[in-house]
Design a protein around this ligand. Structure first.
Ligand code: CTP
Ligand code: MG
Length: 277
């Protein structure tokens, strides 16, 4: 970690960062929960937690891990000690500012369930929350800062986004009798100018995120499976979701190729956070 946590003053908003790390990592196919997978000599989760700490925006870091995973629990304990030791060496500690509290909870069957489990364990004083995928282990501090700045300016929901580089089309499965010439038929082309790829950390006023997840708790399995981020639940409430610039190194480590890219970023000339500010 090259930047000490600054852990903002208790007089301002009290911010928690929820790190969801309870997934199984099926698409990565590493044979273990994705949070444990090695990346540049440490685990994906350790990188993600160090990135959160380095951003210095959280009074609480709440991590959702696969239920009963003692190895990941131990890894979070190690991170807590690392954070405390680092904090003791900063000016903030001599001014009475506390190191962020680290809380570990059992995640749920879906990502949204893991977010809900973490929300239930937030400190009573927390009033704004960032939800971050452990799988976006190399998200740079600047993105956390842009999200927190928009929350501070009055947004109830804010997401980091990047422009889409590919042309994106909608398709449907080819139907009809006879032999299909191809498996799918194009039904339209979305105007790329207005498309954005969405990343984490996503920031919310806590009451907004709570309302959004309460509404989603009653979804049937089919609808719940379509929930891939928190902002879409806020959109369903009709609350504006604002967007700030994300970063390409915030890529979600999903497939083996993503892991190779993340390794490459870590080995870059200036380390993990060199690509963009
Ligand atoms: N996640 C979670 N709880 C779940 C499912 C996902 O906390 N029940 C977290 C993952 O740990 C990850 C983030 O949500 O940090 C984004 O999910 P994804 O990239 O899909 O990770 P996995 O679900 O682990 O991967 P896969 O879908 O390939 O199994
Ligand atoms: Mg998943």
């Amino acid at each position: 970690m090259d930047t000490a946590p600054t852990n903002p003053s208790p007089a301002g908003p009290v911010t928690a960062v929820i790190v969801v790390a309870a997934g199984s990592g099926q698409r990565l196919g590493y044979g273990m929960p994705k949070a444990k997978v090695p990346l540049g000599g440490d685990s994906i989760l350790t990188h993600a937690l160090r990135g959160v700490a380095a951003a210095g925006v959280a009074q609480q870091i709440c991590v959702a891990i696969p239920p009963g995973d003692s190895e990941l629990h131990a890894l979070c304990d190690e991170f807590t000690h690392e954070l405390a030791a680092l904090h003791r060496r900063t000016a903030a500690s001599s001014h009475g500012v506390q190191a962020p509290v680290v809380t570990v909870v059992d995640g749920g069957a879906s990502r949204a369930d893991s977010v809900r489990a973490a929300m239930a364990a937030l400190l009573p004083a927390v009033d704004s929350v960032l939800v971050h995928d452990a799988a976006r282990a190399l998200a740079p501090e600047s993105v956390f800062h842009r999200v927190v700045a928009a929350l501070g300016a009055g947004a109830a929901a804010v997401i980091p986004v990047i422009p889409v580089v590919d042309t994106v089309k909608t398709v449907e499965a080819t139907t009809g009798d006879g032999v299909a010439v191809a498996p799918e038929l194009v039904t339209g082309t979305a105007p790329r100018e207005f498309l954005r790829a969405v990343q984490t950390p996503q920031g919310f006023a806590l009451d907004t995120l709570k309302r959004a997840h309460e509404a989603a708790a009653g979804f049937d399995a089919g609808r719940a499976a379509l929930v891939t981020d928190d902002a879409m639940l806020v959109e369903l409430l009709g609350i504006p979701v604002h967007a700030v610039r994300g970063a390409s190194q915030s890529l979600k480590i999903t497939t083996p190729l993503d892991l190779i890219l993340a390794e490459g970023l870590l080995e870059g000339p200036l380390g993990a956070r060199w690509v963009e500010g």
